[in-house]
Design a protein around this ligand. Structure first.
Ligand code: C2O
Length: 533
């Protein structure tokens, strides 16, 4: 295994999109940021130097960080931020992981422009469990605001209302032509008759996306850096935080084909309706044939999304088994959704909030991981409720349950405990999709359904053989999903909605996993350059 060194200078960079220019926060002046490339079991050291006026931290989304929670990155959860002018070396090992993951800033809304791909190749001489592609390409999907992104969320927090939606989606940093601003958009050159692998990442802040390519089928082979049983499909759906690898075989002929990323949102809320487009450009085509147009699914095309999601299965081969926990130590039910709390200074005298089991998470002043490791009391409590307060009909509007309680409450697990967690959407304001991301672990999605979870009937239908393994799962609008994981990683692990606006509103909590008794079962001490609050 190798040790790989990277340096991330976080700097402002004037950038023009949608025919207007603004300074954005970037890694090394690039948007999206540079790609980290490594192999399974390598160690990565990234020196992050903060040259901007904001506090900073970077998260390596999907990297398990076994015993190295200090390098996980969410500000005030596992570290104090890197202050302006300061630096910190994230030092971690890619234990038993290969595939596509990504990194992003994990403080304020900086991840809008501070993000990039992580490519983890299999160990030397270990092939992919599918034919070797001719070439691999990174496809990062994002969102672009013409105005300053921090100003967008600050205004929303002041007013208590929802923030402005983005002005366009992007593919590898470019929206493509939009009304009023012609631009070429991202161009992907291909050769006829070859197989390509696209490593697709949804780095958008607030929107789940459909992705498709005109005239080409996609063969899905991996999600969230875990192999799946390959299947063919026209359109994939990808939530913020998720990654999907697809194989695309080019035709014998030539031409240009449109690539499109458009919103999936089956709730009646405001979204960015601008479809980002890019071009698959065949080399050697003699005519400059026009781009073949494709229709994108309407934003509320739930059936297109469900068709993709219900096709996902773990590869579950001898080499890559699906180790689904069968005996469960903690059976939890968490409601996820929005609410309304009083706010005398806000526009309507109230503000939109979000919660898990009616707890709106309050960020601490020092990191939870430090408080845990050094036994600092008064920072958090370990009494996060394993079930929602009173039984109620989750998916119907419950006026009496609008208000949430605030707290910095964690759920405590012993080392190696197994957890079944049902995530149940609520309809307190409106049912909505919530892509829930768990740090420090992969989990298996053993079941999903619409309406209220039925604890007697639904578990009978769980897939305990080859359920998909992920780190970010979309809780369906007005429905539930059930996940299982084993707490084999000591530390403090954030779980939150990966729609940034919902995280900001409090749809977040953390698990604290105690050390085990074995020699390799305890959290390592913090590095010497660990940032101070
Ligand atoms: Cu990709 Cu806590 O986030």
């Amino acid at each position: 295994c190798m040790v790989r060194h990277y340096k991330f200078n976080v700097v402002l960079k004037n950038t023009t999109r949608l025919c207007s220019t603004k300074p954005i926060v970037t890694v090394n002046g690039r948007y999206p940021g540079p790609t980290l490339v490594a192999r399974e079991d390598d160690t990565i050291l990234v020196k992050v130097v903060n040259h901007v006026k904001y506090n900073l931290s970077i998260h390596w989304h999907g990297i398990r960080q076994i015993r190295t929670g200090w390098a996980d990155g969410p500000a005030y959860i596992t570290q104090c931020p890197i202050q302006p002018g300061q630096n910190y070396v994230y030092n971690f090992t890619l234990t038993g992981q290969r595939g596509t993951l990504w990194y992003h800033a994990h403080i304020l809304w900086l991840r809008a422009t501070v993000h990039g791909a992580i490519v983890i190749l299999p160990k030397r001489d270990v092939p992919y469990p599918f034919p070797k592609p001719h070439k691999e390409e990174i496809v990062v999907l994002g969102e672009w605001w013409k105005s300053d992104v921090e100003a967008v969320i600050n205004e929303a927090l002041k007013s208590g209302l929802a923030p402005n939606v983005s002005d366009a989606h992007t593919i590898n940093g470019h929206p493509g032509p939009v009304p009023g601003c012609p631009s070429k958009g991202y161009m992907l050159p291909v050769t006829p008759g070859k197989m390509y692998m696209l490593r697709i990442i949804n780095a958008a802040l607030n929107e789940e996306l459909f992705f498709k390519i005109a005239g080409h089928q996609l063969t899905v082979v991996e999600v969230d850096a875990t192999y799946v049983k390959p299947f063919k499909i026209d359109t994939i759906v990808i939530a913020p935080g998720q990654t999907t690898n697809v194989l695309v075989t080019t035709h014998r002929g030539g031409g240009k084909y449109m690539v499109a990323a458009s919103t999936f949102m089956d709730a009646p809320i405001a979204v960015d309706n601008v479809t980002a487009t890019a071009t698959l450009h065949y080399s050697g085509s003699l005519t400059s044939a026009a781009t073949t147009l494709t229709s994108t699914p309407p934003k509320n095309a739930t059936s297109v999304a469900t068709n993709f999601i219900s096709s996902l299965r773990s590869l579950n081969s001898e080499q890559y088994p699906a180790n689904v926990p069968l005996k469960i130590d903690h059976s939890l039910l968490f409601t996820v959704g929005l609410g309304v709390n009083p706010c005398p200074t806000c526009v309507n005298g109230s503000r939109v909030v979000a919660s898990i089991n009616n707890v709106t998470f309050v960020m601490p002043k020092i990191s939870l991981l430090q408080a845990h490791f050094f036994n600092i009391s008064g920072v958090f409590t370990s009494d996060f409720p394993g079930n929602p307060p009173a039984p109620f009909n989750y998916t119907s509007t419950q006026v009496t349950n609008f208000a949430t309680k605030q707290g910095t409450r964690l759920y405590r697990l012993a080392y190696n405990d197994t957890v079944q967690l049902v995530l149940q959407d609520t309809g307190m304001i409106t049912p909505e999709n919530h892509p829930l991301h768990l740090h420090g672990f992969n989990f298996f999605e053993v079941g999903r359904g619409l309406g209220n979870f039925n604890p007697k009937e639904d578990p009978k239908k769980f897939n305990l053989v080859d359920p998909v393994e992920r780190n970010t799962i979309g809780v369906p609008s007005g429905g539930w999903t059930a996940i299982r994981f084993r707490a084999d990683n000591p530390g403090v692990w954030f779980m939150h909605c990966h729609l940034e606006v919902h995280t900001t509103w409090g749809l977040k909590m953390a698990f604290v996993v105690d050390n085990g008794k074995g020699p390799n079962e305890s959290l390592l001490p913090p590095p010497s350059d660990f940032p101070k609050c």
